[in-house]
Design a binder for this molecule. Structure first.
Ligand code: NAD
Length: 417
């Protein structure tokens, strides 16, 4: 048996190659589309509260800009690597194309555990990182957004650092900003809303009712916690949830607001008063209808894919399933709604935020949600149609739709000079 690929960039490349094969792209086009357009690694010296300095390493990658400026979040995490950022940037290219947004793909990351920094240290880290990547970012060049362990406050510091340097307030340089600073209504829970919309379509296709469906959610941050609340409102039973410390399981169902209050009090879900404590590994294998990985990469591998009981796996996280696991799940008749479709609600509302910033004319939340639903449902059906045409998984279909669009844009632009 071949060895399982766990390097996220190689994983991203292998999904791309499958689509390139289905689309019969020539070698030149494959090389253009699979090579990141630019990568930048910077050192970030930060003055610490206790005196002295620490130097952190950060990256910003623009994978492809054929369809528009690069778009993608910034992650603060101790395990960030350049290959991970390259993978995440390429997933953004495919995600934006899959949703037909006028963006390419980018991503940033800083190797840091932000929970070990004071607010002042986090602010200085963010501002210095922004200043180091400043020549590459801009509202029509490369537009960051939040990702793991970054939030609207951090986006506000990015926007302010950029604006102070340029001498003009530039709202559209970053999305996921606070509402007071050109943020969009509905952005905070847009990723979750997007998952909800495509999950609804997938449930319909499999004749599963959301009402009463048992749902397990791995990761209780922005994506996971909002999705738990939205699905609970729709009548689903959230039977398990977890964070980096572990999780909790109660087949009778958990109340998302109580889980969130527990998290906000600074405690891990594994200490939640109700239900029984479980590990992240156990959560993935629970007898549920819907499993939502909403944390990090490589959670479903060939080691556990054969034991996944969920009928539908909705990838709120980026890259939670390895290619080998993906094959196993497909052969076992599971529906995987792939990351580049499932979690695209975040970047879609980021697109809406960028548009609103340009017009400085802001929409009500129901308008944001209505437009988001249209984009997500349209994308789901073009992906399902491509998957049926190529007799492959939804992931295969999503990559075909996305790669085809980027290849077409590249062809009509031509290669400079
Ligand atoms: P977040 O920082 O708000 O939350 C991350 C959550 O994951 C936390 O609850 C954390 O405790 C948990 N976690 C961390 N390591 C874990 C582990 N090893 N096992 C289980 N849980 C773990 O991050 P987020 O913004 O919700 O992002 C989560 C995932 O969703 C990432 O893969 C991210 O790329 C993806 N995503 C986020 C957005 C967005 O708009 N926030 C958009 C698209 C995709």
């Amino acid at each position: 048996m071949p060895r399982e690929i766990l390097n996220p960039f190689k994983i991203a490349q292998s999904y791309f190659e499958q689509a390139a094969e289905r689309l019969k792209l020539d070698a030149g086009m494959r090389a253009i589309l699979s090579t990141p357009k630019r990568t930048l690694t910077v050192s970030i010296p930060v003055r610490m509260d206790q005196g002295g300095y620490r130097v952190f390493i950060g990256h910003r990658v623009a994978h492809n800009m054929a369809r528009g400026p690069a778009k993608g979040g910034i992650r603060f995490h101790p395990d960030v690597t350049l290959d991970e950022v390259k993978a995440l940037a390429s997933w953004m290219t495919w995600k934006c194309a899959c949703l037909d947004l006028p963006f390419g793909g980018g991503k940033g990351g800083v190797v840091v555990d932000p929970h070990r920094l004071s607010d002042g240290e986090r602010e200085r880290l963010t501002r210095r990182y922004t200043s180091e990547i400043l020549p590459l970012i801009g509202p029509d060049q490369d537009i960051p957004a939040p990702d793991v362990y970054t939030d609207p406050q951090i986006m506000a510091w990015i926007m302010d650092t950029y604006s102070m340097t340029k001498g003009a307030t530039t709202l559209g340089v970053v999305t996921g900003k606070p509402l007071a600073l050109g943020g969009s209504k509905g952005r905070e829970r847009a990723t979750a809303r997007g998952v909800q919309f495509v999950l609804r379509e997938a449930c319909r296709a499999r004749k599963i009712s959301i009402k009463g469906a048992r749902v397990a959610i791995q990761g209780y941050g922005n994506a996971g916690s909002h999705l738990a609340a939205l699905l609970h409102e729709e009548g689903a039973r959230i039977v398990a949830a977890s964070d980096s410390g572990g999780g909790v399981y109660d087949p009778k169902g958990l109340t998302p607001a109580q889980l969130l209050a527990h998290k906000r009090a600074g405690r891990s879900l594994k200490t939640f008063e109700q239900g029984k404590m479980i590990t992240n590994k156990q959560l993935l294998e629970l007898a549920v209808d819907v499993l939502v990985p909403a944390a990090l990469e490589n959670q479903i591998t060939s080691a556990n894919a054969g034991r996944i009981k969920a009928k539908i796996i909705a990838e709120a996280a980026n890259g939670p399933t390895t290619p080998m696991a993906d094959d196993i799940l497909f052969r076992r008749g599971r529906t995987v709604i792939p990351d580049i479709l499932a979690n695209a609600g975040g970047v879609t509302v980021s697109y809406f935020e960028w548009v609103q910033d340009f017009y400085t004319f802001f929409w009500e939340e129901d308008e944001v949600d209505r437009r988001l639903e249209k984009y997500m449902v349209r994308a789901y059906h073009s992906v399902a149609e491509a998957a049926a045409r190529h007799k492959c998984s939804l992931r295969g279909g999503a990559y075909v739709v996305a790669v085809d669009r980027v290849a077409e844009a590249t062809r009509v632009r031509g290669i400079f000079p």
